[in-house]
Design a protein around this ligand. Sequence first.
Ligand code: NAD
Ligand code: UDP
Length: 318
Amino acid sequence: MRAVVTGGAGFLGSHLCERLIGRGAEVVALDNLCTGSRRNVAHLQETGRFTLVESDVSRQIDVEGPVDLVLHFASPASPLDYLRMPIETLHVGSLGTDHALCLARDKGARLVLASTSEVYGDPQVHPQREDYWGHVNPVGPRGVYDEAKRFSEALTLAYRQTHGVDTGIVRIFNTFGPRMRPNDGRAIPNFIRQSLAGDPVTVAGDGLQTRSICYVEDLVTGILKMAESGHSGPINIGNPHEISMLDLANWIVKLAESESPVVHIERPVDDPTVRRPDTTLARSVLDWSPQVEIEDALLRTIGWFREHAGAPPLSAHD
Ligand code: NAD
Ligand code: UDP
């Protein structure tokens, strides 16, 4: 089994590479390190079955030899990152996805696209099933990410229908765990970093908006089940454990045994109010459901952040 993972040096990508290597696969990770880090995959080099190629998949994808599976995960994912790189985000969702699909077509490989719950926007249907079309503002700040992913889904389906490429689309809901950048701006790394430093924990608005949070280990299992299946999707992969950001902040402060106060900051424009996956499809067609208790997952993640707190801030080329 030889897999290509775009975005393989990122948070989710590095965990996918690790699991694939653990199963005996050969893995080629393509990453321009705009939000990922060499450090995330350094431990895989010694296996002799892992290669990290520093390249921008929006420009081209060139991989020698056979490929059985393409996991297309390259894209800035945190709002802070994609607002900093709006055009790059649209390019990787469009041009990058086109290049990944061409690779899969030319090699006769299966391709799994990392789509997102953001395709549902600020949803007016709750929980979200795959047949909900979403409520996205294309010209709001989040549009660069949401529309890039919606386009990438449409392009993936077009390659399936036009060229017979074996494709699968997963819509990933908020996932957390070790190797998130402490400063990537997302709620969980922010809350943990702030709690461990004793700094104020920043809750946006009144904090009553919800997310449903999934541990990375469960997510990776779901993605690889999708890769092994012949399903086209889209399939929601996420943990239906829904929680308000205020409750999450207080929970993390408690688990980190911190004295940090909770403070309220301005709520971002178009910030979705609720989000929870309907996972009926994942359960029935992939026989997948999350297994790790969220409290346990938060404790493991806090432990990882604590261990890595002394390290200098992650920079791309580490
Ligand atoms: P991340 O920022 O840690 O990883 C993204 C990786 O893609 C990084 O290593 C980055 O350097 C790389 N990359 C970005 N643009 C690239 C380009 N043009 N060429 C090559 N590499 C490029 O983010 P993540 O959380 O691991 O997200 C990975 C994927 O999963 C993304 O596609 C994201 O949209 C999707 N996703 C993640 C979540 C989540 O909760 N983490 C939720 C929904 C969807
Ligand atoms: N959020 C927050 N404090 C922070 C960072 C984020 O309250 O320091 C909120 C954010 O406004 C959103 C939720 O937490 O309502 C989840 O944000 P995140 O960026 O983690 O994910 P996304 O919005 O992409 O689902």
